[in-house]
Design a protein around this ligand. Structure first.
Ligand code: C5P
Length: 324
């Protein structure tokens, strides 16, 4: 019999992110590139609903096309299994779990962050799943422990848990929160084509070897002026820091993206940057009204940053959230 716990539901919300700065170092023997980045969490969220169940099940829906997210090995499955492995013997006894059995949970992900758009939507799903399982299974893990699990799932997952604005070193997972003097206003413009992250990093390596993109001789770092500008947090200060080493590589792989950037900048009069490895383009606006106006003109989404990280919104999610 499922006990009263079967009635427990939780709604967790986790933000997508943009990279205001992305400095990429030389490729390492393990194939990864050391990064120095500034993340900002933006007000475009993934909503994760969870309730106790006999088995692990995950489904995706939302305002973006989720038809390709069908597997049994998504980052959400991996997050649920990883945190389940942290249950203590006492907690497992309490849940009447047989040795080696995985506790059940029904997870519904309502997606709004573009898939494969360079905005960390999958990472947000994973961060929200950790928070949801911790709650539904009464695990009582603290934020630091959730952060360690997040880092094991992917480089961008710890940031979605933390939110706000933060410097990320290493693979982007060594986070330091940054003070911001003001909210930033952005227009997100998703693309109707995808870009593969490894392909964009690979293109940057090729361009650097050919001398068509500048290399970084030192370990990548965030300059003190950038930290100071973000602390100031005005529109011109934000505009002065935007810098993405992957942008030239994304343009080189996908010339349509360069055209799109030109078009968007001309049409709106705003400056833009490619988010992460792309292909989402982000335009910086001076205030909320201009962001909304520009978003309406170009079919984008007006958001603010930096918003909160993954957190519980309510514990009384409606039953219809769980209908297939
Ligand atoms: O972190 P993620 O799993 O999205 O990375 C996908 C691929 O992107 C990696 O396998 C690697 O080829 C490339 N990458 C990289 N350096 C990073 C992050 C990603 O080369 N810091």
């Amino acid at each position: 019999m499922l006990s009263d716990a079967a009635l427990r539901t939780v709604h967790v919300r986790a933000p997508g992110k943009i990279n205001l700065v992305l400095h990429v170092g030389a490729v390492q023997p393990d194939g990864y590139h050391p990064l120095a980045t500034v993340f900002q969490a933006v007000s475009l969220y993934e909503d994760v609903y969870a309730r106790s169940a006999r088995e692990l099940s995950v489904s995706f829906r939302g305002s973006v096309d989720t038809s390709e997210l069908t597997g049994e090995d998504t980052l959400v499955h991996r997050a649920a299994k990883l945190i389940a492995a942290q249950l203590t013997p006492e907690q497992r006894d309490e849940m009447e779990l047989l040795p080696g059995a995985m506790p059940g949970i029904r997870i519904v992900v309502n997606k709004h962050v573009p898939i494969a758009g360079g905005m960390g939507g999958g990472s947000a799903d994973a961060a929200a799943t950790l928070v949801a399982c911790n709650d539904i299974w009464n695990m009582g893990l603290d934020r630091a422990t959730l952060g360690d699990l997040a880092a094991a799932l992917g480089a961008d997952v710890p940031f979605s848990l933390q939110g706000g604005t933060a410097m990320g070193l290493g693979r982007g997972d060594l986070l330091t929160p940054m003070l911001t003097g003001g909210e930033a206003h952005w227009v997100l413009v998703p693309s109707d084509f995808g870009l593969s992250t490894p392909a964009v990093y690979g293109e940057l390596d090729i361009m650097r070897a050919a001398g068509t993109a500048p290399g970084r001789l030192d370990a990548p770092h965030i300059p003190a002026e950038t930290v100071a500008a973000i602390r100031e947090g005005s529109y011109p200060a934000y505009a002065s820091v935007l810098d993405n080493d992957l942008q030239a590589a994304a343009f080189s792989l996908e010339p349509r993206l360069r055209e799109r950037m030109r078009h968007l900048e001309t049409r709106t009069g705003l400056g833009g940057i490619v988010s992460g490895s792309g292909p989402t383009i982000v335009l910086l606006a001076p205030d909320e009204e201009s962001a909304q106006q520009a978003a309406a003109e170009v079919g984008g989404i007006a958001v603010t940053g930096g918003v909160h990280g993954a957190r519980i919104e309510s514990r009384d999610a409606l039953a219809e959230e769980f209908l297939d």
